[in-house]
Design a protein around this ligand. Structure first.
Ligand SMILES: [Zn+2]
Length: 456
């Protein structure tokens, strides 16, 4: 088999996120096909053919960021339309617009979200089942080259959100056939999981059986938990995580999303069952959820619960930049506790990389720059004002830089973003197309939220 080699040479710093958390100044990386073959201060390539060399002077290099919860198929088309005071009507309108989307609209809207994510340094995402036409959107996943987890969003009870309601047996069948068809597709970059929506709209018995199904197929499963701490999903007075344990929907291949309001009892349950969770601070703060007061990030880390970060959707967080979510995770607990030592920069960067990989069960493949792992690599150009002065690349990345400085991005050893430009799409054409979709979706659904100031 022919080996394609890329040498990334002489970076200012390579932040490896390996076991020892080595930061290599003047570091280089050798890639062979889709994997990292060497990461070191100097790499001897005199005995091998190198197909291309990427000069990395003044670059800080990290593993690709991992966004463990972001809906990509609908939000970009009507992003930013919702006023801050919409209240409970917000979700109903979101789902109404989404429900009306054609497969073609989903495809290009997904590609725009992926373009944003990759451009700002996110190389792996979990789309939690809300894409209706994965068969069509596969084209966006394939042409962009992103690594992603997806599935079919399941409910088995009536809901105000127009989500498809499946019978118990249908839900199992649909999930089984989706996993059989898609898990491992796109040269292994596509992972298919079981994706029930939330404990409010999926019966406990079905949740338990979906977990068993996931075990059988050796894949993961995910679930929104929006009201941790106190709610009663099936009318029994127990918090959701405890109910999930009773249903059997906990364990090493379960990744829950959100979980604001967790009680100590629930944290202990997550820890003892090795259940992971994804926190989405951008969503919580925009909705006035009191992140620092209500999300026990420090306690979860102390209890050794696997935690990663996500951004939820582009119309409730309004941004999908994992870097900004990482920043919020770093600062909000400090702010709420008055203790600047909480969630240090190093921990925040772990959440976006190796911890995120662990929360998705993918740490043997991604999350750090180590020999044998997938070559999912982000290169930040530090010759920019926000990176200067540069003495501690972790502090600078977490607290002062963001996705604007992402210059080059590789996934599976393929260059997807080069000199700030996506290689896989004409971005301007894509933007104009999705803007037109949004106008049309609002018109045909009679949805309109004009800006509050006069637009003349
Ligand atoms: Zn979600």
């Amino acid at each position: 088999m022919q080996v394609n080699r890329i040498l990334i040479k002489d970076a200012a710093y390579v932040i490896t996120m390996d076991e020892k958390r080595r930061i290599i100044s003047g570091g280089s990386i050798l890639i062979e096909n889709d994997r990292i073959a060497a990461v070191d201060k100097t790499i001897d390539v005199s005995q091998v053919d190198v197909d291309s060399v990427i000069e990395a002077k003044d670059m800080v290099i990290t593993p690709g960021f991992i966004n463990g919860h972001c809906h990509i198929s609908y939000a970009h088309a009507t992003r930013g339309i919702f006023p801050d005071d919409l209240g409970d009507d917000y979700l109903v309108n979101v789902f109404r617009l989404q429900d009306s989307m054609t497969a073609d609209e989903e495809l290009w809207t997904s590609l725009l979200a992926i373009t944003e994510l990759l451009s700002y340094g996110t190389t792996t995402i979990m789309d939690p089942g809300s894409t209706k036409s994965v068969d069509v959107c596969l084209d966006a996943y394939e042409r962009s080259g992103i690594r992603m987890i997806t599935g079919v969003q399941l409910t088995d009870t009536g809901n105000p959100y127009r989500m498809t309601v499946y019978s118990h047996d249908q839900a199992l069948r649909v999930t089984e056939s989706f996993i059989s068809q898609y898990n491992g597709a796109l040269d292994g970059r596509l992972y298919a999981w079981a994706m029930p929506f939330s404990p409010e709209y999926v019966a406990g018995e079905l949740l338990g059986e979906l977990k068993v199904l996931s075990d059988q197929f050796n894949v993961g499963c995910t679930l929104h938990v929006n009201k941790a701490g106190s709610s009663m999903p099936d009318g029994i007075d127990e918090p959701p995580i405890i109910a999930l344990e009773r249903y059997g929907f906990v364990g090493s291949n379960v990744t829950l999303a959100h979980c604001v309001g967790l009680s100590d009892e629930e944290i202990n349950c997550l820890a003892s069952t090795n259940t992971a969770l994804i926190t989405c601070p951008t969503n919580v703060v925009k909705n006035g959820g009191g992140y620092g007061q209500n999300f026990p990030l420090a306690e979860l880390i102390k209890a050794k619960v696997r935690v990663g970060i996500g951004t939820d959707a582009g119309n409730n967080s309004n941004l999908l930049e994992t870097n900004r979510a990482m920043y919020l995770a770093a600062v909000l607990i400090k702010d709420a506790t008055g203790d600047p030592a909480q969630i240090p920069a190093e921990k925040a960067l772990e959440l976006a990389t190796i911890d995120g990989a662990k929360a998705l069960g993918l740490e043997s493949q991604i999350g750090s720059l180590e020999v044998g792992k997938k070559a999912d690599i982000v290169m930040y150009d530090t010759l920019r004002p926000e990176w200067q002065s540069l003495f501690n690349p972790v502090n600078s990345l977490v607290y002062n830089a963001d996705g604007r400085s992402v210059k080059t991005v590789l996934v599976d050893g393929r260059v997807l973003i080069e000199d700030y430009v996506p290689r896989f799409v004409d971005t301007e054409k894509l933007i104009r197309r999705v803007q037109a979709f949004g106008s049309d979706m609002m018109k045909r659904n009679n949805v309109s939220f004009p800006p509050k100031w006069p637009m003349i």
